[in-house]
Write a protein that binds this ligand. Structure first.
Ligand code: SAM
Ligand code: SF4
Length: 324
């Protein structure tokens, strides 16, 4: 089978699957304070997740990331992980998860055993007050979760969104906290994916600004860029830092990822106004080969990306429902 490729010549290797739009956090940059959750009946069932994941792996996807919402809120999470882990014999090479880690402590070891290769944990600040302001929740369970993942031998990476007036003063303290524990960190520019009308260009702390703040007290060297969306740097000659600069320096020209929402809608770009409703079509009884062809067609039509039309997207779907 030929790989999934779009009309701009980009081959797709990575799929993010949102297992639920629900979350126990209320990060200001991700969702409204009082979100309307999707009706449970519309979320993909375990078997539907497995069917779609298998179809994508058969079409050339070799890296799957489970996300949400918060994937730990999904009751059959372990079963979903096991189903997807079984796709290694069909070509899956890597299974990852993005989580706020607040509920992971008791489950870290079983998730690693079930097949999760690596975890991205969101941690925007180590100062408890800043953390609470951004997430509207407490930091302690997240730090417990990170410690449990480390104890379980999991590979982890921290993700931090930086917002002016909220946590730009935490950029250096968080970096030093992560360096002291030798946990890789990626800073993410604040993207227009939150509640409508909230994002402001002025609130984006650019990659250049973050680096300038770090360079005041640390040596930062450029590293060669791979096909990861983050620009890699070496701090103090020993520590790996990444910065995802979607707003100031979009990486769209090399984008190799696709996204599936918790209802099975395929979005070929974080900023696409419209998705392809694969979940609905499965429930209407579509055959696998027709479904695979519709995926191929949707991928082919993928837009150039954020670089070609910067700014907020006019759609009712915020980051928590899209699957970050
Ligand atoms: N709940 C999990 C978590 O927080 O890690 C997974 C889902 S969350 C939507 C995935 C990632 O999206 C998080 O790292 C979060 O920081 C990021 N994110 C959410 N809204 C964002 C925004 N407006 N700009 C940049 N990143 C955002
Ligand atoms: Fe929940 Fe993650 Fe969004 Fe925060 S970023 S509200 S933890 S889905």
């Amino acid at each position: 089978m030929s790989p999934l490729i779009d009309r701009h010549g980009r081959t797709k290797r990575k799929l993010r699957i949102s297992l639920t739009d629900r979350c126990n956090f209320r990060c200001t940059y991700c969702m409204p304070e009082h979100p309307d959750w999707l009706p449970r009946s519309t979320l993909l069932a375990r078997e539907e997740v497995a069917r779609l994941a298998g179809l994508f792996v058969d079409s050339g996807i070799d890296q799957i990331r489970l996300t949400g919402g918060e994937p730990l809120l999904r009751r059959d999470l372990l079963e979903c992980v096991r189903d997807i882990n079984a796709l290694r014999e069909r070509g899956l090479r890597r299974l990852s998860m993005t989580t706020n880690a607040s509920r992971i402590a008791p489950r870290a070891a079983e998730l690693v055993a079930a097949g999760i290769d690596d975890f991205n944990v969101s941690l925007d600040a180590v100062d408890p007050h800043t953390f609470r302001r951004l997430t509207r929740r407490e930091i302690a369970p997240v730090l417990d979760g990170i410690a449990a993942l480390v104890d379980a031998g999991a590979r982890i990476k921290l993700n931090a969104v930086v917002i002016r007036g909220d946590n730009e003063k935490d950029v250096v303290p968080l970096l030093e906290w992560a360096m002291a524990r030798d946990i890789p960190l990626r800073y993410i520019e604040y993207m227009p994916l939150d509640a409508p009308g909230q994002w402001k260009r002025d609130a984006v702390v650019s990659e250049a600004e973050m680096l300038a703040a770090i360079r005041a007290t640390h040596r930062v060297d450029d590293l060669p860029r791979g096909n990861d969306p983050s620009t890699p740097y070496l701090v103090d000659g020993r520590y790996s830092l990444g910065v995802i600069s979607t707003v100031s320096n979009p990486f769209c020209s090399t984008c190799d990822r696709l996204r599936l929402t918790a209802t099975g809608e395929l979005f070929t770009c974080l900023f696409s106004p419209l998705g392809t409703p694969l979940g609905t079509r499965m429930r209407e009884g579509i055959a696998d080969d027709v479904l695979a062809e519709q995926v191929r067609r949707a991928v082919w039509l993928k837009d150039a990306g954020y670089a070609s039309r910067p700014g907020p997207v006019d759609r009712p779907l915020t980051m928590h429902a899209m699957g970050g």
